[in-house]
Design a protein around this ligand. Structure first.
Ligand code: CO8
Length: 372
C-alpha cells in the first residue's frame, strides 16, 4: 500500500509584525525598566534589560517580519503579550479556527471533502487546552467520521504526525488522514527578551495523506519512507505547563516562556540534521545529489545554509532549498510545510524531495518523497 501527500494548505493571519515594531516596544520597555531600577543596576543588584536591534535580527536570523494571530497587546509596553479573547465553549476555539482555515485549503487541493477523511491529527508545539482534543473539535467541524487526536513534538510536530498518518495508511487502519498544524506561538514568546523576541510567528498548515490508489489530485507525492530521531536536550525549553498554577508562576517568568541557548542549538543540531538526512536517503539508495527540492525546517537562515552545504558540498540555490523565514519567521513545526506548500508545484514526475524538521527535544523528522 502506498501513501501519498495529495493536498497541502497554508493559512496565515492578517496581521504582520516587523522587526522595527518589535524592537521599538522592547527598547521602550528597557528604558522604562532600567530607569526605574537605576540604583539597583548601579549597585549590581539587578541586571539591566538589554536593547534589541533590527539589523542584528535580520543578519542573525534572516527574519524580516512575522504573522501574528492577534497583534493587539504585543506592542503595548505595559502588556507585551497578545490579547486573545476567551471564547465560549459553544464557539470554535482559536486553534480549531486556525486549523480549519488551513484544512479547507488542503482538502480543496486534494479534491476531497471533510467527510472523506478517516482521521484528523492536530500536531503542533502547544495546544490551548488538553481536552477535548482540538483534533476532535476540528473533526466535528469538518463533518468527518472516524477519530482525531492531538500530539505535541515542538518543531517536529508536523513531520512526526505525517509519519503517524503514513503508518496508519500503510497498516490499513485509515485511508485518508488530515494532519493539521495550528502553530499559535505568540502567547509563549517573551517579547521582553532580546535573544528571542523576534524568533516566532503564527500560522497554520495542513496536509492530506491518502492511500495512493485513491488519490486524484494534480500534485501527488509518494512517501517513500519516514525517519525520526530524538535526543534529550535542555538547550530549548519552556517550563510552562498545567502544574505551573500550583507553583504560583508569574506569567512573565522567563523560565515559563520559550528560551534557548541559540548558539548551542546551532552547533549541535546542524550536524545531527545533516547526518540524519544523509542516512535516510541512503536507506532509499539515494544521495543528496538526487534530490530536487529540500523543504527544511525554518528556524534560522544560516542554519539552513550550513545544513544544505554539508549535504551538497556547495551552497544550495534559492530554488533547491526555499527559505520562507523572511516573511514567516520561525513557525515551529509548520516551517517546512509552508516551504512545501509554496514551492512544490513545479516539480516534475519522478523528482525526489525531502521534508525535514529539526528543533526542540531535540527532535528531527524527515520524509523522502517522490512526485508521481
Ligand atoms: N539585538 C541585538 N543584539 C542581540 C540580540 C538582539 N535582538 N539578540 C542577541 N544579541 C546579542 C547577544 O547578546 C550577543 O551579545 P554578546 O556577544 O555580547 O554576548 C550577540 O548579540 C550575539 O548573540 P548570539 O551569539 O546569540 O547570536 P547568533 O548569531 O547565534 O544568533 C540566534 C542568535 C538567531 C538565536 C541563532 O543562534 C539561532 O537561530 N540559533 C538556532 C536556534 C534554533 O534553531 N532554535 C530552534 C528554536 S525553535 C524550536 O525548537 C521550537 C520550539 C517550540 C516553539 C516555541 C514557540 C514559542
Amino acid at each position: 500500500i502506498s501513501a501519498v501527500i495529495s493536498g497541502v494548505g497554508l493559512w496565515n493571519p492578517e496581521n504582520t509584525l516587523t522587526n522595527v515594531e518589535l524592537v521599538q516596544v522592547l527598547n521602550a520597555y528597557a528604558d522604562q525598566f532600567n530607569e526605574t531600577h537605576a540604583a539597583d543596576i548601579e549597585a549590581g543588584k539587578v541586571e539591566p534589560v538589554a536593547k534589541s536591534d533590527p539589523d542584528f535580527i535580520e543578519k542573525a536570523s534572516g527574519i524580516r517580519q512575522r504573522y501574528v494571530y492577534r497583534k493587539d497587546g504585543i506592542l503595548d509596553v505595559d502588556r507585551m503579550r497578545p490579547r486573545i479573547p476567551k471564547r465560549r465553549d459553544d464557539e470554535l476555539s482559536h486553534q480549531a479556527e486556525m486549523g480549519l482555515n488551513a484544512a479547507r485549503k488542503a482538502l480543496a487541493a486534494a479534491g476531497i471533502e471533510g467527510s472523506d477523511l478517516d482521521a484528523v491529527i492536530v500536531s503542533c508545539s502547544y495546544t490551548e487546552r488538553a481536552y477535548p482534543a482540538i483534533a476532535i473539535e476540528l473533526q466535528s467541524a469538518l463533518g468527518c467520521e472516524g477519530f482525531g487526536f492531538d500530539m505535541l513534538v515542538a518543531c517536529s510536530a508536523a513531520t512526526f504526525a505525517q509519519h503517524r498518518a503514513y503508518d496508519m495508511i500503510r497498516s490499513g487502519s485509515a485511508q485518508r488522514v488530515l494532519v493539521v498544524n495550528p502553530e499559535l506561538t505568540s502567547p509563549q514568546v517573551n517579547y521582553r527578551d532580546r535573544d528571542s523576541h523576534f524568533i516566532f510567528g503564527d500560522v497554520a498548515t495542513a496536509v492530506v495523506i491518502e492511500r495512493g490508489d485513491l488519490a486524484q489530485s494534480a500534485h501527488q507525492y509518494e512517501i517513500l519512507g519516514t525517519r525520526a530521531k530524538t535526543v534529550f536536550s535542555n538547550a530549548i525549553r519552556s517550563n510552562f505547563g498545567y502544574v505551573s498554577r500550583t507553583q504560583d508562576v508569574d506569567p512573565f517568568d522567563p523560565d515559563a516562556l520559550f528560551h534557548q541557548e541559540g548558539r548551542t542549538v546551532f552547533k549541535e543540531v546542524c550536524p545531527m540534521a545533516a547526518a540524519h538526512i544523509t542516512g535516510h536517503l541512503e536507506a532509499h539508495d539515494l544521495t543528496p545529489a538526487d534530490v530536487t527540492r529540500w523543504w527544511l525546517h525554518q528556524a534560522n537562515i544560516n542554519m539552513n545554509q550550513l545544513i544544505t552545504k554539508k549535504l551538497l558540498g556547495r551552497p544550495a540555490d534559492g530554488d533547491e532549498a526555499p527559505i520562507v523565514l523572511d516573511r514567516y519567521a520561525n513557525t515551529a513545526s509548520a516551517g517546512s510545510i509552508i516551504a512545501f506548500s509554496l514551492y512544490h508545484e513545479d516539480l516534475q514526475s519522478g523528482d525526489y524531495g525531502v521534508i525535514c524538521s529539526f528543533g526542540a527535544g531535540y527532535s528531527i523528522g524527515s520524509l523522502v518523497i517522490r512526485k508521481r
